[in-house]
Design a protein around this ligand. Sequence first.
Ligand code: URP
Ligand code: ZN
Ligand code: ZN
Length: 473
Amino acid sequence: MRTLISNGIVVNADGSCRADVLVEGETIVAVGLAEAATPAQQPLQVLAPGAVDRVIDARGRLVIPGGIDPHTHMELPVAGTVSRDTFETGTRAAAFGGTTTIIDFAGQTRGRPLREGLETWMARAEGRCAIDYGFHMMVNDVSDATLAEMDTFVAEGITTFKLFTAYPGVQLSDDGAILRAMLRTADNGGLILMHAENGVAIDVLANANAEAGRTDPWYHGLSRQPGLEAECVHRVIRLAEAAEVPVYIVHLSSRDALEEVVRGRQRGAQVIAETCPQYLALSIDDLGNGFEGAKFVCSPPLRPRDHQEALWQGLANDDLQVVGTDHCPFDFAGQKDLGRGDFRKIPNGLPGVEERLDLLFQGVVQGHLSVERWVEICSTAAARIFGLGDTKGVIAPGYDADIVIYDPGRRHVLSAATHHMAVDYSCYEGREVQGGSDVVLSRGQIIVEDGKYLGRPGAGHFRPRQATGARLP
Ligand code: URP
Ligand code: ZN
Ligand code: ZN
């Protein structure tokens, strides 16, 4: 099967040009310039009539590498319930939003082998995903046994491990454990991902608020202060410097934490950081309005609006490298309301896997980002950092034909009534955005077109990833 995507503007992280893209089977085989934009470039590659089976006219639209969301939680057990999107519904929703690869998080039960957790998550995803996927491994206790398992995992393509300074007694690792895991990655080439919030201090504040009767979702935000995120970001960067390895900060939410990343990078620390659309497009104000605020409870929490400018700036100047969604959806009715009367019992997490590209494209519309930088933070950087850089994140011959034809002018309204995520509300209900994914190809197959899903569960494959720890950032 040969598909020609003609007349579009091909946007890669390193530049854009008018070009046709030829796909054969699952792979991009040629990118021919429609016009030679510079003398160094080759003119249009002429294809004989009938040489292709299908032509997609992308005139007036952008042709971009499919989005890579390196931070999702499908079917994640949290606080006695389970995040609503399955691998089937969540990857289908991702596809509608122009994302063609996710990296989800497999979980370890404390005291049990990592392998057991990985097998559980593999079984949940196998045969169900609409798009390609991989796994990070969450390590809840660092021991000689789990450290040895990490080596095996790296060899098998699960090359990244999330540790926590939050959630004491459940997921928190102390400094010694974090340093041991980091030192292990110095040998095996893996990469440590850190949830960096001071969970011990946060629990003191959260308990004090709840015991004083301050039980609304608003107090979730007030208890998890930006300084307690910044302190841990600083600490884990220092630990990574001691181990002489890179470290990746997940879901960075605040200006305070970003300042620590900037300071670390200025010292020469190998720190990479991810933020999420919700920290750019929502604020702590959304946590108000009584229990409605439960819809916006996630950790780290939403911050005062004036943090947003710093995060956009950080994305523009490469202090922040990646945007992942931390997609972890819970219905308002029946799940979020488990915490009515006690914000500590609200399952943490927001839906968002479908909206990432569009929300970030508002950064292009508003002048925060170039269109190339948008592609980089939504796709190319994650491919490079997470060991998919030889196959994904670029429109060029030899790469997977994970391609989105994106209309930069189409306006549409975000709403639970029209989204495809299996959750009963939208964090962005009624918000109009400019830009939308029109056609989505996953390894050469059209899986979304004209608002219709043409994919199938199981078409997405598990993709082992290369170890990149030794060559970052
Ligand atoms: O509130 C959040 N972020 N829930 C998902 C789990 C995590 O810590 O990433
Ligand atoms: Zn986390
Ligand atoms: Zn997460």
